[in-house]
Design a protein around this ligand. Sequence first.
Ligand code: SF4
Ligand code: SF4
Length: 141
Amino acid sequence: MKHLSKLRKKGFDEIVHQFHDEVFGSIDCTECGLCCKNMGPIFRNTDIKHICSAVGLDPKKFFEENLVQDPDGVGFMLKELPCPFQNEDNTCSIYDVRTLSCSNFPHTKSTGIQKKLVGLALDSLYCPAAFLICEKIIESY
Ligand code: SF4
Ligand code: SF4
């Protein structure tokens, strides 16, 4: 994927968007839940505000009890996994206000995907959907 990230492919984002739809059309995330168990999202300040306001948590208390600075400085990450918002059936208890990084994961509907292929390969270590999309990308080359 590091190699492919340097090769230009015309219409690459659209190609991957189609792979995304194909893969997620045949995967039920509630039978998996591995991202919420093993990776966890990045919380931006706006995510913290929205989530706390929706579920009636004190943002300061939520922050102190659950979050630490993300090493990349993008936002904050969970101190412990699995994510405390994951239900036993792998659904999300804050689905409507989940973080942007949750709703975008594994970022295969975004733009500039060619530059994000190494990240996608790392996501594929846990996420079967990301793995299948990686396979389709490799096949397409
Ligand atoms: S907020 Fe919801 S979708 Fe995001 S990691 Fe936690 S349980 Fe999963
Ligand atoms: S790891 Fe991938 S396939 Fe599994 S629940 Fe998360 S997004 Fe869905």
